[in-house]
Design a protein around this ligand. Structure first.
Ligand code: NAD
Length: 251
């Protein structure tokens, strides 16, 4: 029997990290093509700006992805809101940090792990029952090109993004025969806030240092726009890829 490919166009999707960058571009692109979208982000202001450009059936939700209980509550809200089966769950929200291994602040590292890894796990666990209940749909977890290879000053970020890949690859194997699939996205060098600013949890001095180190890390990588990234991710999911590279090799 031919494998059923996930179809997104015109169908409901959920996207975290939709207040800016790749998540916003994905939400606008899929909504423009007819998808009802449920969009979530911890940044209420940015989310409002995204929502202002969305049309039709839309659910907006301020959400911290690291909060597992709130992710489950949000999944219940999405279940009630859904006008048709949920086609895809994009666990896309993420943050970045830059530090040498020795200078890393363990609290900052844990903050990043909570969002970039546990946020993805929380979103997967909260939404997977909806997809499995439908017998269709795809979990799309955002890793990074740094989930495929290490990078200096990015040890925590790389560790979390490798973990997203390991988690999602295992999930995909568990899901065989259910009609549900799981995919990782590996962006690299997309012009978004995460690349422009880097982020430190506190510490303005660290934030400046982080910016310079992030800029240096990305210098060698060709840059593209979040709209182009959204297009590659959309096509990649619909073509049934297990790993979608949105890095220099993809454009
Ligand atoms: P971005 O900073 O523009 O978007 C990230 C979004 O995540 C922001 O809107 C932010 O508010 C949101 N977010 C942060 N913490 C959150 C939390 N706790 N709960 C909910 N939302 C939260 O950056 P982007 O490049 O669009 O990033 C999207 C994803 O792509 C991230 O997972 C990032 O790690 C990944 N990525 C991006 C690149 C790139 O080149 N831009 C490279 C590799 C991976």
């Amino acid at each position: 029997m031919p494998r059923q490919l996930p179809r997104l166009t015109g169908r409901p999707v959920m996207i975290t990290g939709a207040a800016s960058g790749i998540g916003r571009s994905l939400a606008l692109r899929l909504n423009r093509l007819g998808s009802p979208v449920a969009v979530a982000d911890v940044d209420a202001t940015g989310l409002k700006q995204t929502a202002a450009s969305l049309r039709g059936t839309v659910l907006t939700r301020v959400l911290d992805v690291s909060d597992a209980a709130d992710q489950r509550k949000f999944a219940d809200e999405v279940r009630d809101w859904l006008p048709a089966p949920l086609a895809a769950v994009f666990n896309n929200a993420g943050v970045a940090l830059s530090s040498t291994v020795l200078d890393a602040d363990p609290e900052d590292d844990n903050w990043l792990y909570d969002i970039n890894f546990h946020g993805v796990v929380n979103g997967t666990r909260a939404f997977l029952p909806i997809l499995v209940g439908q017998g269709e749909g795809v979990i799309v977890n955002t890793s990074s090109v740094f989930g495929l290879a290490g990078m200096p000053y990015q040890s925590a970020y790389c560790a979390a993004k490798f973990a997203v890949r390991g988690f999602t690859d295992s999930l995909r194997q568990e899901l065989r025969g259910t009609g549900v699939s799981a995919v990782t996205v590996h962006p690299g060098g997309i012009k978004t806030n995460i690349v422009r600013n880097g982020r430190m949890r506190q510490d303005p001095e660290g934030r400046e240092r982080s910016k310079e180190e992030m800029a240096a890390s990305f210098e060698a990588i060709a840059m593209t726009t979040p709209d182009k990234a959204a297009q590659i991710i959309h096509r990649g999911v619909e073509s049934g890829k297990a790993r979608i590279l949105v890095g220099p090799d993809a454009y």
